[in-house]
Ligand binder design. Structure first.
Ligand SMILES: N[C@@H](CCC(=O)N[C@@H](CS)C(=O)NCC(=O)O)C(=O)O
Length: 392
């Protein structure tokens, strides 16, 4: 009872108080034109001050974080970054399996990838050409939960079953070099071969910290080069693989994200080819498409500047394709490797395959002579033609 009373009294008091407040409010409102004059400027001043304090705090926090990071990176300079064998397979189920009826190896491989990433397409092209079976894990580009187990945060990552566990191989060119060395001479396992490609922490010429993979364009021939290859072939193959990574690949992004329209087209293609509808929920897809298309359109402009492309970015793309075709002509065969593709053919084809459905590629077919070489490559890769070379 007492409680009820107390609360009734409390509510009555509150009611009276609010009435008097309302009356005061009415009074204030009638003088509003005079009283309100000074309020906004005080508000703006206060907001600006708070903004400046927060901004400065964030700036100082970022500067401290950067100093710490730089200090750590400096301490790491020249040291080797170890990639350990995993004792158990990460608990991620494959998105799909790519079985090959002609697989000449017993390799058990899982490729963590984005379907349309040019680096991942390079690796798939190699596996497809040699008819090697593999599983695919499609990685969500926004959250990358599927590669949480890895300290390397890019794709492709190839996880190979080896004695004692699973060996992660990071970086498309290193993956291709390890696999090609293995196919050439299977007396060394993939984990043993991967040791010939140490990862070194270093700063590049622009002072940017990075992990450099030593030897990534070199095959480990263990003392003797194959009978059907000359030293000149090997040097040329290495040179053009590096050109593909250092020059050619950088002409892609500014082209496929050239306009907002093309950027959306590219992301629609990613969604279709990467089967995003199957693997990612609606809201993640919508976020990836819209956020991705706008961000990449903006980044594409910065990449154009960074890699010194023409204002007409298509022209830079055509120029590099013509450089490639001219070099093949100079070597006198259908491919850079002569009558059969070498690793540089597989690399350039893999990169181009990633944008096959984009306007950029369709324009290149009209404005360059890349079509014949591209079709010849497609046929050989789709038919796993490399497998016959391994059996011979
Ligand atoms: N050098 C690496 C480059 C790999 C790379 O940059 N991959 C991109 C995807 S195309 C990536 O994973 N970027 C980080 C991200 O998406 O967060 C390679 O050849 O594999």
């Amino acid at each position: 009872m007492a409680v009820l009373y107390k609360s009734a009294r409390l509510s009555r008091n509150l009611y009276n108080k609010s009435l008097s407040i309302l009356n005061e409010d009415k009074l204030i409102r009638s003088f509003r034109t005079v009283v309100q004059e000074t309020k906004p400027s005080r508000g703006i001043f206060k907001t600006s001050l708070i903004g400046a304090v927060i901004g400065t705090a964030i700036g100082i926090g970022y500067a401290f974080e950067k100093i710490n990071r730089d200090r750590k990176n400096l301490a790491l300079e020249g040291s080797e970054i170890k990639v350990d064998i995993l004792k158990t397979k990460p608990p991620v189920s494959p998105s799909r399996k790519i079985p090959s009826p002609v697989d000449p190896t017993n390799l058990k491989l899982t490729l963590f990838q984005y379907q349309s990433c040019p680096f991942c397409c390079k690796v798939r092209t190699f596996l497809d050409y040699y008819g090697i079976s593999y599983d695919i894990v499609e990685v969500n580009p926004l959250f990358r939960n599927e590669i949480k187990w890895s300290s390397y945060k890019k794709v492709p990552i190839l996880l190979a079953k080896v004695n004692g566990g699973y060996q992660p191989l990071n970086d498309s060119s290193m993956i291709i070099s390890v696999l090609a060395s293995y196919l050439n001479d299977q007396q060394y396992n993939l984990d043993e071969l991967s040791k010939y490609y140490p990862i070194i922490a270093m700063h590049d010429d622009d002072g940017k910290f990075k992990h450099e993979i030593v030897n990534k364009y070199f095959l480990m021939y263990q003392g003797s080069i194959p009978k059907n290859r000359s030293l000149d072939d090997i040097v040329e193959e290495r040179k053009w693989r590096q050109w593909a990574d250092d020059v050619f690949i950088h002409t892609l992004s500014p082209n496929v994200y050239r306009t907002l329209g093309e950027s959306y087209q590219t992301f629609q293609m990613f969604s279709k080819i990467g089967r995003w509808e199957e693997y990612f929920p609606f809201w993640e897809r919508t976020l990836m498409m819209n956020f991705g298309a706008v961000i990449m359109w903006i980044i594409g402009k910065r990449l154009k500047k960074r890699h010194n492309l023409n204002d007409d970015v298509r022209q830079s793309f055509y120029d590099e394709l013509n450089t490639w075709l001219k070099a093949i002509d100079a070597r006198g065969g259908t491919f850079m490797g002569g009558n059969t593709p070498d690793l540089s053919d597989l690399t350039v084809y893999g990169i181009l395959r990633s944008i096959e459905e984009c306007d950029t590629f369709k324009d290149a077919i009209k404005h360059t002579k890349i079509d014949n070489w591209f079709k010849a490559m497609k046929e050989l890769v789709d038919n796993h033609s490399g497998a016959t070379l391994l059996n011979s």
